[in-house]
Design a protein around this ligand. Structure first.
Ligand code: MF3
Ligand code: CO
Length: 255
């Protein structure tokens, strides 16, 4: 069942969203050559603690992971794209780092992700990162009352196609609000005009992610980290948004 949120509830999600956006902005600046992923995890853990917020990841035990997740941020490097388990690794020049963060503040949740290239970026890696950002922007633009989930999905896939990137449909966006994962599912590929009808009060996370040359993923032996099956590099961009009568509102923006 899809739960629509009131304007007051959306305002509370925006508070969580602002916090998530602030921490991601800080992580963008912190992610330099030589910085260890475990330092980034420790940083996020402390920020969440100091804010009196709740990690949506800590102890999360979804079907797609092994046992409770004991970290507060997903850090996925190069061919790793989703659910990256932070580990003892110092970032290297040219690494592509995706950072995904979901946090609850006073019972309301927001989820966002971004991808940065550490140090000197390869042109092809920047193109991949920008493609996920463009796909996210295109998807948000069609998140209007009366449109359907399929319009969002098709907008994402169209940008991928323009760039020649294949699309995986196993993991995509999702409703959220009281918890991180609620209905409806928001695939990264679909048919315009199909699926659940968008209406004011619907809150969803939209999260295009692409691998350069494959639509297949494999799970790392760590039981969590999802990697491109062919080892090609990947990128991921995500925002939490609300559908309102005035149009889409991005909730995961820093003030
Ligand atoms: N934030 C991810 C998403 O966008 C979920 C990560 S779940 C975790 O759906 F357990 F791996 F952290
Ligand atoms: Co998400």
């Amino acid at each position: 069942m899809v739960e629509l949120k009131s304007p007051a509830e959306i305002a509370r999600m925006r508070v969580a969203g602002r916090f998530v956006a602030e921490v991601l902005t800080e992580l963008r600046a912190l992610a330099r050559v030589g910085v260890n992923l475990l330092e980034l995890e420790a940083y996020v853990r402390e920020r969440i603690h100091a804010r009196g917020a709740q990690s949506c990841y800590w102890d999360y035990t979804p079907s797609f992971g092994r046992g409770p997740f004991r970290n507060t941020v997903c850090l996925s490097v190069n061919d790793a794209v989703l659910h990256g388990l932070p580990f003892d690794y110092a970032l290297r020049d040219g690494d592509v780092l995706s950072m995904d963060l979901a946090v609850g503040v006073d019972g309301w949740v927001a989820d966002s992700a971004c991808t940065v290239v550490v140090g000197v970026a390869a042109a092809e890696d920047l193109r991949l990162v920008r493609a996920t950002e463009q796909a996210l922007a295109a998807a948000v633009a069609v998140a209007l009352p009366g449109n359907r989930i399929g319009d969002i999905s098709a907008a994402i896939a169209a940008v991928a196609r323009e760039h020649g990137y294949p699309v995986n449909t196993e993991f995509g966006g999702h409703g959220l609000g009281r918890t991180m994962h609620e209905e409806p599912y928001v695939p990264n590929q679909g048919r315009p005009g199909r699926g659940y009808r968008l209406r004011p009060g619907l809150t969803i996370a939209i999260e295009p992610w692409f691998a350069r040359t494959t639509d297949r993923i494999v799970t790392d032996p760590d039981g969590w980290t999802l990697r491109s099956a062919d080892g090609s590099r990947t990128a991921h961009s995500e925002h939490t948004i609300a559908i309102t009568p005035e149009g889409p509102q991005v909730l995961t923006l820093a003030a």
